[in-house]
Design a protein around this ligand. Structure first.
Ligand code: LCS
Length: 393
């Protein structure tokens, strides 16, 4: 079905799928590692690229390709590259777009291991990273060096909820011959389309909102144009960071309800954020939909909704936060986010524990910060749950 000019929810259901010879309404799980050639000429033509078709699942697979085309259409990109995890998507992009001795500028408050990839691993190949507050355009301009090849922005950032102006940073990047990559995991293409705002590449941890059911780990890269796509795809296939067909099927199934899941979760998140902000035991709340967010104006220009991630700190700091997290009964104490179930976690001892404390504090991740991913349970139950948990604080 040609869905390019159709609405977002129609794309969620139909984009990327042109029917199957069996008549299946959805793409089946093509659970096969390899694909038969008609004859030796056919095999040779597929390998040389003269003919299009499937050879081997690491290189491409009909179920995975349906997902790649679907997410690419949601992001208004040229094509997608599915990977085994979100970090697989990020490492593939870094390996494809950064050369030895080159430099990247990135948001300080990115998902901890995305930063660790540069500071602990790529540094062995002479790649350096400068991690700054990318919501501050002056800091970005002054961090760029002659060797800078890439600007890598996470917005909204995990878990500081700080927001970067994608259009402005893309313009700066291009004026310095750098490529602009955005981790769009926290927003999803339903709430933010970085490629429309000037970015060259989008990456996702599809483990989160895109899949939405906490049952797989997966990643996606979407390139805006064919040139960049053709630079990145061989890194995925040659380094073996592919997704598998069953994983792709589950993501396609979860993806269909992305818009209605986010609509529901963000409605509840707004109520919970307001409730927390009014609570006497709460020191501060950071939610994209609260006017107290320092980038509230930019959020309204750049995004079409506020999402369902809330960060907050209690007046008693880390100890009070621990008591709260150990007392919730409806929300689950677990890392990850963006699923139908509410999750609560403590970034400084969990998702961002690998960062040096000074770097963490500079990135706006205080010791007492609690992160809440609001799910689609009844909001009254989530509020009652927090209320009972606060009695132990
Ligand atoms: N990008 C962002 C913004 C993330 O939050 C994560 C994972 C990744 C990339 C990596 O994706 P993965 O390889 O896990 O699919 N964030 C997690 C978190 O905050 N809690 O647990 C995982």
């Amino acid at each position: 079905m040609k869905t390019k000019d159709m609405g977002f929810s129609t794309k969620l259901i139909h984009a990327g799928f042109d029917g199957d010879p069996s008549g299946c309404v959805n793409v089946p799980i093509y659970q096969s590692s390899t694909f038969a050639f008609r004859d030796t000429d056919h095999g040779a033509a597929l390998f040389s690229g003269e003919e299009e078709g499937f050879i081997y699942t690491r290189l491409g697979n009909p179920t995975i390709q349906t997902l790649e085309k679907n997410v690419a259409e949601l992001e208004n990109g040229f094509n997608g590259i599915a990977t085994g995890s979100g970090l697989g998507a990020i490492s593939t992009v870094f390996m494809a777009l950064l050369s030895q001795g080159k430099h990247l500028v990135s948001t300080a408050s990115v998902y901890g291991p995305s930063r660790g990839m540069v500071e602990k691993h790529l540094c062995r190949f002479g790649v350096e990273g400068t991690f700054i507050d990318t919501s501050n355009l002056d800091q970005v301009e002054s961090a760029i060096r002659d060797e800078t090849e890439l600007i890598y922005v996470e917005t909204p950032a995990n878990p500081s909820m700080s927001v970067t102006d994608i259009r402005a940073i893309s313009e700066i990047a291009h004026s310095k011959n750098c490529l602009m990559v955005v981790d769009n995991t926290f927003a999803s293409p339903y709430l933010q389309k970085p490629l429309d705002l000037g970015a060259d590449v989008v990456v996702h941890s599809m483990t989160k909102f895109i899949n939405g059911h906490a049952d797989i780990v997966g990643g996606m890269i979407v390139a805006k144009d064919e040139v960049v796509y053709r630079r990145i795809r061989p890194l995925m296939t040659d380094f073996g960071c592919n997704m598998d067909p069953h994983q792709a099927f589950l993501v396609l199934r979860g993806l269909k309800t992305l818009a209605i899941r986010i609509d529901r979760a963000q409605q509840s998140a707004m109520q919970i954020a307001r409730w927390l902000e009014a609570h006497p035991k709460v020191e501060w709340v950071r939610y994209l939909g609260l006017p107290s967010h320092p980038q509230y104006d930019l959020i309204q220009q750049q995004m079409s909704g506020f999402g369902s991630m809330i960060s907050f700190e209690l007046k008693g700091g880390i100890e009070a936060g621990r008591n709260l997290m150990n007392s919730v009964k409806v929300a689950t104490l677990a890392v990850s986010l963006g699923g139908v179930e509410s999750l609560i976690e403590h970034p400084s001892s969990m998702t961002h524990a690998g960062m040096k404390r000074d770097d963490r504090l500079a990135a706006g991740i205080s010791d007492g910060l609690v992160r809440y991913s609001v799910g689609i349970e009844n909001v009254e139950d989530l509020l009652n749950d927090l209320d009972q948990a606060f009695t132990n604080v």
